[in-house]
Design a protein around this ligand. Structure first.
Ligand code: SF4
Length: 439
């Protein structure tokens, strides 16, 4: 069978390529190929896509802006006074491709639930093209918003987990003989024309339970990959000329003695030419001297720490991930291990029910004093989580869970959120100047 795998465009108020990769789709591509199918990829969010008219500017470490065009705001977002965009390769390029080429199947993935418009656009285009090929919808939306997914018009919707992939494909008439197992596959980055950056995982799921997180619904079991599978993926990526690798793990340093540490030691021994990034936020309390030395030894790029808040009051009420002492030790250890202070980032949350503005100001001041770069993580309740259920009556449309919108609609007013963002920008700019003067 000939299969076109599609990563849809994104409709949002902002979107930046901080190594955004459709990792699950690339594993599925590998699995289909292993089972004898011809696979091709159309990634609307590929900044090096041959379908873009101009080359997009690179920022640090292979990150950068996506191409975008103004988009009409859907009714539920009209009260939110910010421009809205469609990010990614123009729709007509996709239409040209599917008119020219014939496919038996289109596998369409989905990431954020509030990016449902892009998914719908792709499925509608395929339908309009009157291609004989069938459509399969997978990814996060079927798992988190099953009713919405089933209303999108795909011929098949995959709601299950990895263990059900083989049976599901065979049921849909797509031959699959091997079991789907991440340990036997490599994410098929070779489908891209250019491979500057890649995201990898070394484990599935997360052993923790944060009330706002849907990771348990997406990956119910926490399971490390076999080390050999991680090494095989890195060797494959080296062969493709990838230079930047980021970890998508949710708890990369959990049980580090048996997992991250041996993997890091092997990576250092192999002298891979990559710069490694930790964009998903790693747990500060696990960054002891030894772990930091290994991160430092692996040619580190951006190391992002999950901080959430520096307010003890708030931390006690939400059962926060990192105490101040953990964050300070992590920063000190990382810097001693050679990670530049300007490349240490910290995620702080805004918009939590229990938080107030004093907590936010305190956290910004604290992180600024540590001279790390602050990243705001705007809270929005992910469908199926406890926090979502408690707000369900206000969330008639999944687009309202957009993290750029939720805080402004349900927690603070728009001006307050903007002034928080401006405070963060100012703090980051001042720290940046400070680092520049020192270097
Ligand atoms: S927020 Fe992070 S640590 Fe908490 S459950 Fe989700 S993935 Fe795990």
């Amino acid at each position: 069978m000939r299969v076109l795998l599609v990563n849809p465009p994104v409709y949002d108020f902002s979107c930046f390529d901080f190594w955004l990769k459709p990792l699950g789709l690339l594993y599925v591509a590998s699995y289909l190929k292993e089972n004898g199918h011809d696979v091709e990829l159309f990634d609307f969010m590929d900044r090096h896509s041959p379908h873009l008219d101009r080359r997009l500017k690179e920022k640090d470490f292979g990150t950068g802006n996506f191409t975008k065009t103004p988009a009409k705001k859907p009714p539920s977002l009209r009260s939110y006074d910010r421009p809205y965009y469609r990010y990614g390769v123009p729709a007509e390029k996709f239409m040209e491709r599917i008119h020219k080429e014939k496919y038996d199947w289109f596998f369409v993935t989905s990431m954020m639930t509030y990016w449902i418009e892009g998914v719908s656009e792709v499925l509608n285009m395929i339908e309009e093209s009157q291609q004989a090929g069938k459509t399969m919808l997978g990814g996060n939306i079927p798992k988190l918003l099953p009713e919405r997914a089933s209303a999108l018009g795909a011929d098949c919707v995959f709601y299950g987990g990895e263990g059900e992939i083989k049976g599901f494909l065979n049921g849909a008439g797509i031959n699959a003989e091997t079991d789907f197992c991440l340990n036997d596959l490599v994410p098929m980055y070779g489908l891209y024309r250019e491979n500057d950056a890649a995201a990898v995982i070394t484990q599935r799921g997360c052993p923790f339970r944060c009330s706002y997180c849907a990771v348990h619904k997406l990956n119910p079991k926490f399971a490390p990959l076999k080390r050999e599978a991680v090494y095989r993926t890195l060797e494959y990526l080296e062969g493709l000329g990838v230079r930047n690798i980021t970890f998508y793990d949710d708890a990369l340093l959990y049980d580090r003695e048996n997992h991250f540490i041996p993997i890091a030691e092997e990576i250092i021994r192999k002298k891979h030419p990559f710069t490694f990034h930790y964009s998903n936020g790693i747990h500060s309390r696990f960054i002891d001297e030894k772990t930091a030395q290994l991160i430092g030894g692996m040619n580190p790029g951006i190391v992002a720490l999950s901080v959430e808040t520096a307010s003890e009051r708030l931390m006690n009420s939400i059962g926060g991930k990192a105490k101040r002492s953990h964050v300070e030790t992590a920063v000190k250890n990382l810097e001693s291990a050679g990670v530049e202070r300007g490349n240490i980032y910290a995620y702080m949350m805004i918009g939590l029910d229990e938080e107030n503005l004093d907590d936010i100001i305190l956290t910004i001041d604290y992180l600024k004093s540590l001279e790390v770069r602050i990243l705001i993580n705007e809270f929005s309740p992910v469908p199926t989580t406890q926090d979502y259920e408690s707000k369900r009556q206000f969330l008639s449309d999944p687009l309202l869970t957009n993290n750029s919108v939720y805080t402004s609609l349900f927690k603070y007013d728009f001006e307050t959120v903007q002034s928080i963002k401006n405070m963060v920008k100012r703090a980051n700019r001042e720290n940046y100047e400070k680092h520049k003067r020192k270097s």
